[in-house]
Design a protein around this ligand. Structure first.
Ligand code: SAH
Length: 252
């Protein structure tokens, strides 16, 4: 099979945060497949390039569509925000390959990494991921809320800094509040909490608060939340937003 499929991460937003390698994959593709607003962020490539925007749901259907295009000999780029391997299209493509047409296994499939929201958000605030951390998606589209509760409890109990992806959406307005309640059962009310909206874009918004004071209504679909560990500290600054970092040494 001659077709190619590259799953490309286009980073959190700023054009200069797209890696040169991802940019080359986008420029070389005959077809771009992805969520419409992500495709809109990509400058026009060669005139013959075709764009196939879709809505944000139905990732598996989109993956199958892209694989069929590649199998017909096209050079397809499947576009994801951030990193395509983090709660995004790369896993959907491999799920489709595993369950799909055996000939898809002969395709040239590669993944181009991108700056994931967690790393962009951490950089806006300082260095909150300086010691052991984990990432949890609060979306229960693909897993049960019971699983999410269990993982939050375990991660909080184990002392990880916790990055929360998908903290809220119109369809799930109450989950972040429930998640913060669970975390409050295992962490001090003084634990530092960061709300970072539009990280790695021209207009990032960083709010540093505490677990006891965090307002779940302040998060939306473009917010990444970081829950600090016992070693996460805030350096206050006069008239400027504080730096937040996690000390590398335990109990330092
Ligand atoms: N593949 C993406 C994540 C997809 S899940 C990545 O690697 O970043 C979507 C969630 O990511 C959003 O609900 C939000 O929590 C987070 N997110 C994506 N872009 C963001 C940004 N620029 N700033 C803050 N959070 C972002």
């Amino acid at each position: 099979m001659s077709g190619r499929l590259t799953v490309v991460g286009i980073g959190p937003g700023r054009a200069d945060l797209v890696t040169p390698s991802a940019m080359a994959a986008l420029n070389g593709a005959s077809d771009l497949v992805g969520y419409g607003p992500y495709l809109d962020r990509i400058p026009a490539g060669n005139a013959a390039q075709r764009r196939h925007p879709s809505d944000n749901r139905e990732e598996l259907a989109r993956a199958r569509f892209a694989l069929e295009l590649a199998a017909s000999g096209r050079n397809v780029a499947v576009v994801s925000g951030g990193d395509p391997g983090v709660f995004a299209m790369a896993a959907a493509v491999f799920e489709a390959v595993e369950a799909g047409d055996p000939r898809w296994r002969a395709l040239d499939i590669t993944v181009e990494p991108g700056v994931t929201a967690m790393l962009a958000a951490a950089a806006e605030a300082g260095a909150p991921l300086g010691a052991d951390f984990c990432a949890i998606s609060l979306s229960d589209n693909l897993k049960s809320w019971g699983t999410i509760e269990r993982r939050l409890t375990a991660a909080a109990g184990a002392g990880f800094v916790i990055a929360l992806y998908n903290p809220a959406s119109k369809a799930r307005p109450h989950q972040l509040g429930a998640a913060l309640d669970i975390l409050a059962g295992a962490r001090s009310p003084d634990a530092i909490v960061l709300f970072v909206r539009a990280a790695g874009t021209a207009t990032p918004e960083v709010t540093a608060t505490t677990l006891g004071r965090a307002d779940p209504a302040k998060a939306d679909m473009r917010t990444l939340i970081i829950i600090g560990s016992d070693d996460t500290r805030l350096i206050a600054r006069e008239g400027q937003r504080p730096w937040v970092y996690t000390a590398r040494a335990e109990g330092a």
